[in-house]
Design a binder for this molecule. Structure first.
Ligand code: 3PG
Length: 210
């Protein structure tokens, strides 16, 4: 691995979750986030052009650390590796994906929503996990409670997180960073409002560091 999971989590306190509908949005969106101070990017595999977008951002925005999100199975994991993704994030844990990720060439951050999910991920050697969907699965209280029995785990909560609650999560000792789409809202991406996205990035960083 050229980067370790703990380095992925240490890159930025906020990881933007990106949904790219059109390939020509990929590079300006990535540049807008980087301009706002966020150099880690999660491109979700929810759109037709997601793999092409990862490839293009890797070529055109070399200062960014580019990961793939919504990776659901081993086949998708291989396809994001082939596209040049530097890490992968999944919303859940299947045995097939955990097994493939443990042997894969980039770090995989599996998603958990319960103690049992987390224990399953630990069985395969994972200690850096997404907690998803964070707000709907008990939020800050749930992650805090998991800290005692599962003290070796570090989480990136995602799902329902925004400016109003991100600091509550980041205050937990077992949370390294949070993920969210609020920094790259779909209307701003659609309208090409890159300045707004840069502003949302710098606002998020100023807020969590302040
Ligand atoms: C994800 O894929 O991690 C979530 O869709 C992001 O959740 P949010 O849109 O509530 O930030």
């Amino acid at each position: 691995w050229s980067i370790q999971p703990d380095e992925v989590f240490a890159t930025s306190p906020v990881i933007p979750v990106m949904v790219i509908e059109q390939l020509d949005q990929a590079v300006p969106l990535a540049r807008a986030l980087v301009a706002g101070g966020i150099r880690i990017l999660e491109v979700t595999l929810r759109t037709e052009c997601a793999l092409e977008a990862i490839k293009l951002i890797r070529e055109e925005v070399p200062e960014a650390l580019v990961g793939a999100g919504t990776v659901l199975n081993p086949l998708q994991l291989q396809s994001v590796v082939d596209a040049g993704a530097q890490f992968a994030i999944s919303p859940g844990v299947t045995s097939a994906l955990l097994e493939a990720g443990a042997e894969g060439s980039i770090p995989l951050i599996p998603g958990v929503a319960s103690v049992s999910d987390a224990m399953k991920a630990m069985d395969y050697g994972y200690h850096f996990l997404k907690f998803f969907p964070a707000e709907a699965s008990g939020g800050v209280k749930a992650i805090k409670s998991m800290g005692s029995p599962l003290s070796k785990l570090t989480f990136c909560p995602t799902g329902g997180i925004g400016l109003a609650n991100c600091k509550d999560y980041l205050a937990l000792s077992n949370v390294a960073c949070v993920g969210g789409s609020w920094i790259a809202p779909s209307d701003a991406v659609r309208d090409g409002d890159w300045q707004r996205i840069s502003d949302l990035s710098s606002q998020a960083l100023a807020h969590v560091n302040g």
